[in-house]
Design a protein around this ligand. Structure first.
Ligand SMILES: Cc1cc2nc3c(=O)[nH]c(=O)nc-3n(C[C@H](O)[C@H](O)[C@H](O)COP(=O)(O)OP(=O)(O)OC[C@H]3O[C@@H](n4cnc5c(N)ncnc54)[C@H](O)[C@@H]3O)c2cc1C
Length: 483
């Protein structure tokens, strides 16, 4: 008798875990609990061709090592893709769907059954009675339609779903002229031609929203706004380097409590850059223009003329920071990351040059503005739309407000009865161990419940990245199949 594994979630992270586990020896069954077809989750389940990955084909893979599976998949189907490309996200969804079907066929041929319960999971609890025949604990997952499923191991592969509403708009929640999230993007496409849109957010999903709203000569106009007004930096690739550039050993050795931490960290990162591009200092690779549109144009020029050498150090930096910071206690991790939030969001989450070019073109026609601050006042008009005022300008009328201001991370929590809740209703935030187990606290017994990708955000700093989930899946599969 082998293990019965339950995977909660059905997006890319669930598929990377499944491909590792379903074909491993000693697994009797894998049961997905997910409300949609496996592979087609939130991030990559879109059908909108306008929405591009912000990660290159090289790292948008279900396997962290070896050649990119996505590149092999695209090339075999005649797509002229290279490892540097930022492909439409729907292609990653199709890739995940097919990889799932292939792995399921292989698993079935080896005697491992795969089931899919189309529902959402609500809670997980360890059964009181241990299975003596199998000499293992069993876990019961309760679904939102009242069904229950039991297994020996539970993998939590939730994505980002609950949009964050900016403070300024909380009291207008539910207003018909307020879209709380830019996804699904068809809701943006349905806005009337010529609509004037105030778009909250200047990061990745706001850029998606602006490009969809302004696509195909829609005649719409968009004002993007955020507290910083800062757009991400621009890149032409995010790939694993052919040879190591970063002094990984030195970075992993840095003491997070040292008063010299920031200087030492900067020295290591600049050292990697100067090894890669010896005669080009960081100031000549980036723009410091105060105006967001000017900075975008300058960084687009730097990226497309091969001057942005920093981009080649990013993939290694993400992997190393995740490895370095994972063992720390939560407070240390939060403190160190908070000090470096600006470069993390600007450079680690940079945008593809193709998107930057389209943004710059919309800005040049006057269809897109980027406001450097939030409006001072936003009021609904009695006859529809909104009146908006900035400190330094006249009142303006917009027809719709769209929020693209990020997501709440999944909140796993335990109740006093030993039940793990997936929606934060349990009361006590779950602890994630260094080996990615979900427990009630650091001293609690290790459970066979594992967090992968975004669900592990309380342990791993940079989780909104398929490669991080693929690394998690590799680690969890190794522990799960070789206890
Ligand atoms: C808009 C967007 C764009 C992104 N672009 C990129 C990119 O280009 N490159 C990259 O590497 N990363 C990107 N990311 C980050 C992305 O979240 C991760 O890469 C991740 O790998 C996506 O897979 P996932 O399975 O976590 O999430 P999802 O694809 O969101 O899938 C998770 C699924 O879990 C299901 N679920 C949620 N709650 C429950 C429950 N209680 N029970 C059962 N099922 C549940 C949901 O229905 C959801 O579809 C993007 C994220 C977003 C939001």
């Amino acid at each position: 008798m082998g293990k019965d594994v339950i995977i909660i979630g059905g997006g890319a992270n669930a598929v990377t875990a499944y491909t590792r586990i379903a074909t491993a020896p000693g697994i009797s069954s894998v049961t997905f609990v997910a409300p949609h077809p496996i592979g087609l989750g939130g991030a990559f389940g879109t059908t909108d061709p306008e929405l591009l990955c912000n990660t290159s084909v090289d790292v948008t893979s279900l396997d962290p090592e070896g050649p990119s599976g996505l590149l092999t998949y695209l090339t075999a189907r005649g797509w002229p893709a290279t490892r540097d490309d930022f492909v439409p996200r729907y292609l990653v969804g199709q890739f995940c769907r097919e990889r799932f079907r292939e792995a399921r066929a292989t698993a079935q041929a080896r005697g491992t059954a795969t089931h899919h319960l189309t529902a959402r999971a609500e809670t997980v609890r360890r059964d009181e009675d241990r299975d003596e025949d199998r000499d293992e604990d069993r876990y019961t997952v309760r679904l939102d339609d009242g069904r229950e499923v039991t297994g020996s191991d539970v993998l939590i592969c939730l994505g980002l779903e609950r949009p964050r509403l900016p403070d300024q708009l909380r009291r207008h929640r539910g207003h018909p002229d307020l879209l709380p999230s830019p996804y699904p993007s068809r809701r943006l496409r349905e806005l009337p031609a010529g609509a004037r849109v105030l778009l909250y957010g200047t990061k990745l999903s706001a850029i998606d929203a602006a490009l969809v709203l302004l696509a195909e000569d829609s005649g719409r106009s968009v004002v993007m706004t955020s507290p910083s007004g800062a757009l991400p930096a621009v890149r032409t690739r995010l790939c694993r380097p052919d040879k190591a550039l970063l002094d990984t050993a030195r970075l992993l050795d840095l003491d997070p409590h040292s008063p010299h931490l920031d200087t030492r960290l900067a020295r290591i990162l600049l050292g990697a850059l100067s090894r890669h591009a010896p005669r080009r200092g960081i100031r000549r690779q980036t723009s410091t223009a105060a105006d967001p549109a000017e900075r975008l144009a300058e960084e687009l020029r730097l990226a497309t003329t091969g001057a942005a050498a920093w981009q080649d150090v990013i993939a290694e930096t993400i992997d190393t920071i995740n490895e370095w910071a994972s063992p720390w206690d939560r407070r240390t991790r939060a403190d160190v990351l908070a000090r470096h939030r600006e470069p993390i969001t600007r450079y680690i989450s940079a945008i593809p040059a193709a998107n930057a070019r389209r943004l710059a073109a919309h800005h040049a026609t006057g269809a897109l503005e980027v406001a450097a601050t939030l409006p001072r006042d936003v009021r609904p008009r009695p006859d529809g739309g909104w009146l908006v005022r900035w400190d330094d300008g006249p009142e303006r009328h917009v027809d719709r407000i769209v929020c693209a201001t990020g997501y709440h991370a999944p909140r796993l929590s335990w109740d006093s009865g030993g039940r793990l809740h997936l929606d934060g209703a349990g009361g006590t935030d779950a602890h994630i161990t260094e080996d990615l187990r979900v427990t009630p606290g650091p001293a609690a017994r290790p459970e066979r419940i594992w967090a992968i990708g975004a669900a592990a955000h309380r342990r791993t700093p940079i989780v909104n990245y398929l490669r991080t989930a693929a690394i998690h899946a590799r680690e969890v599969a190794a522990r799960l199949t070789h206890p």
